[in-house]
Design a protein around this ligand. Structure first.
Ligand code: ADP
Ligand code: MG
Length: 199
């Protein structure tokens, strides 16, 4: 979560720019506010299991972000956390199952599907690319980036961008772009852990 928050801090302006083209120019600020609050709460409360970490982060996103992305990402993390339960560790296979459940919850909450030009167009391919073992974080990073890029020619069917109709075509979706940041941070963190480097 700290790595995602740092990535969003670095990319805040880009997220805002994308949202100014087809939305209301607040996606960078929304993500930054929510993740900063989530990381602060995690440092304060130090939850004892991966599931509790995700659930707490999700609650903070929901309570601090006014835009649509707060409840959507918050629901993803809460559902993923609930799926992991209270076990002290989570292997990649369990994490993949948890993320899959979280992404399904986003689709349900947003009444959205693949191809609607939303965060789901990065999230679905990323979770699939994690592979059967759930450990292919680099493939997931690439799939999320490709998924975000693939939203450019799409016409938005959900969220604020859908009000633009045809004019939403030709711009990358801000939420799909922030989803790619989540998976990039996950891949960076997994590599750091695997090589024993310091973050
Ligand atoms: P708001 O649209 O309320 O200003 P944000 O700008 O923070 O909120 O987030 C916008 C992003 O949220 C979009 O780029 C899109 O990826 C995602 N989004 C919006 N509505 C939906 C929905 N119904 N289902 C899935 N994702 C959505
Ligand atoms: Mg917005």
């Amino acid at each position: 979560m700290a790595a995602v928050s740092a990535a969003v801090d670095r990319e805040e302006d880009r997220l805002t720019e994308l949202d100014s083209a087809i939305g209301d120019a607040d996606h960078g600020a929304n993500m930054r506010r929510g993740l900063t609050a989530a990381v602060a709460s995690l440092e304060e409360e130090a939850p004892s299991s991966p599931g509790a970490v995700l659930a707490l982060a999700g609650r903070r996103l929901i309570s601090t972000v006014g835009g649509a992305s707060g409840p959507l990402y918050g629901t993803l993390l809460r559902r993923a956390g609930k799926t992991l339960g209270t076990e002290e560790t989570a292997d990649p296979g369990r994490l993949r199952e948890a993320l899959r459940a979280g992404v399904e919850a986003v689709a349900q909450l947003g009444s959205a599907a693949r191809g609607d030009k939303t965060m789901l167009d990065a999230l679905y391919p990323a979770v699939e690319a994690l592979g059967d073992s759930g450990g292919d974080f680099e493939a997931a990073r690439r799939a999320a980036e490709e998924g975000a890029a693939a939203t450019v020619p799409m016409r938005a069917r959900r969220g604020r961008a859908s009000y633009l109709g045809e004019r939403s075509i030709g711009h990358q979706d801000p939420g799909a772009t922030s989803s790619a940041l989540f998976f990039a941070a996950l891949a960076d963190t997994a590599r750091t852990v695997a090589t024993g480097e310091r973050a």
